[in-house]
Design a protein around this ligand. Structure first.
Ligand SMILES: Cc1ncc(COP(=O)(O)O)c(C=O)c1O
Length: 447
């Protein structure tokens, strides 16, 4: 008798549009207003497409994060992750709330300093800090998080040249429960490399080790890995105290908290699975309880939360340009905003809703952008009602990594607008025009 071939089971999410087994009705509701301002008014003022940010949500997410941690740990610092969204206006909202800046390049450092962030309130991460960046950061009092031995040597050289003894951190990478180690960044903890880095730093006697940093990954849907990382860092800090008499002034757990987005391939919708800030805080603070520090000495806990602070505040408003029927029978819509603006559509199934009342039965629909490129699919298939040409849609939770990772490709990038708490609105970034692009081009004199 031949044995049947084993086939690995897979879960397929049914798109019924009805109540699912968790009793959640997935019925789509239009989003006609954002913080009391009508989508129509925004489009009439700034054109379509456009990104709109809610200042109210930025502030409330920031305070929610701060409160979740300060209720459980005495000293907490939030360093705003610039790469997540470095529009000046967005950064200013967070700095006004007390955020430091977390930067990963000389450009981002320049941007933070230009915005008026004091140099000593900047944490500088990243594997590429050329000499020019260290020359700016170290004498100014910016804390660099050293990524590798060559950077350590370069930082010592810069310190010696300036006759200073800068306070620095080292970045660690480690393995934590089901999260693959991002071993390309920092010094590995388990292999002893991180200890070697500290020995080297102490031996060099040019830099003052004040912090340990670890960013275990991004979109982590569980607090467990943070508990483990915090505990490992704490035990390492205890070892540094015993062996080298080093007392840390901060430990930095990086970013990585999930936003309510839904990753492609994720079974349940993101808003049902993303842990609360309190859950992450419980995990981290429990891990930090392994620190053998007295209550007065407890290091500041630094968080570099990015997407979980800003995603929910961001909306992309777009218009229906055309309706089509594909050869396989599916309905398709062509919007005026595509993957060039919405980079995150490569890994999220974004929530898209009509911006006006609609009628009719939602039908599986492919949502395309305006680019003459096959990759320009902002949702491969979702249940969506039929909209008329010119009607609007709103993408939710798009505040993170879009207005930094977007591409100037084929067409212009749109306006970005902030909606204030009192219903005022204003530009955060002007829409691009021909001049914005050609002003950077040159014509070689022989052409
Ligand atoms: C060092 C560092 N800190 C913070 C962040 C922000 O991460 P997230 O947006 O997942 O919170 C990142 C992003 O990858 C990072 O590399």
């Amino acid at each position: 008798m031949t044995r049947p071939v084993y086939e690995r089971p897979i879960l397929i999410r049914h798109q019924s549009g009805m109540m699912n087994k968790f009793s959640r009705v997935q019925a789509m509701r239009p989003l006609t207003h954002i913080d009391g301002v009508s989508v129509d008014e925004l489009v009439a003022t700034y054109g379509s497409p456009l990104f709109a940010f809610s200042e109210k949500t930025l502030v409330s997410k920031f305070r929610e994060l701060r409160d979740a941690f300060t209720q459980r740990y005495p000293r907490v610092r939030i360093a705003w992750s610039y790469k997540t969204n470095y529009l000046d206006g967005i950064c200013r909202v967070f700095h006004r709330e007390g955020a430091y800046a977390e930067v990963v390049s000389e450009f981002e450092l320049d941007k933070a300093l230009h915005l008026g962030v004091p140099a000593e309130q900047v944490h500088f991460n990243g594997p590429y800090k050329p000499e020019s960046a260290l020359e700016k950061a170290l004498p100014g009092g910016t804390t660099i998080h050293i990524d590798h031995f060559d950077e350590l040597a370069l930082a010592e050289e810069v310190a010696a040249r300036h006759g200073i003894r800068p306070e620095v951190a080292i970045r660690l990478n480690l393995s934590a429960e089901a999260v693959p180690a991002w071993s390309r960044f920092g010094f590995n903890l388990e292999s002893g490399q991180a200890l070697d880095a500290v020995k080297r730093l102490v031996g060099g006697d040019r830099l003052e080790l004040k912090g340990l940093h670890c960013h275990i990954g991004t979109f982590i849907l569980d607090e467990g890995p943070y508990r483990e990382a915090a505990a490992k860092i704490s035990r390492f800090a205890n070892e540094l105290r015993e062996r080298f008499d080093i007392t840390l002034s901060f430990v930095d757990l990086g970013g990585g908290f999930a936003s309510p987005n839904t990753l492609k391939g994720q079974y349940l919708p993101g808003d049902q699975v993303a842990p609360s800030f309190s859950r992450y805080a419980e995990g981290i603070v429990e891990g930090l309880s392994e620190l053998d520090y007295s209550p007065q000495e407890m290091p500041t806990l630094v968080l570099e939360t990015g997407r979980a602070l800003v995603d929910e505040a961001g909306y992309l408003i777009a218009s229906v340009h055309a309706n089509k029927r594909l050869a396989d029978g599916r309905r398709a819509v062509v919007l005026d905003a595509g993957v060039n603006s919405l980079f995150t559509s490569f890994w999220y199934n974004h929530e898209i809703v009509p911006a006006q009342e609609f009628r009719g039965v939602p039908e599986p629909t492919v949502i395309y952008g305006p680019l003459c490129m096959n990759i320009d699919v902002v949702r491969d298939t979702m249940l969506f009602p039929q909209l008329k040409v010119g009607e609007r849609v709103v993408f939710r939770n798009v505040g993170a990594y879009n207005v930094t990772q977007w591409m100037q490709f084929i067409t212009y990038r749109p306006s970005v607008v902030l909606i204030g708490p009192d219903g005022r609105h204003g530009l955060l970034r002007r829409p691009e025009q021909l001049q914005s692009i050609i002003s950077h081009e040159e014509m070689p004199e022989w052409l």
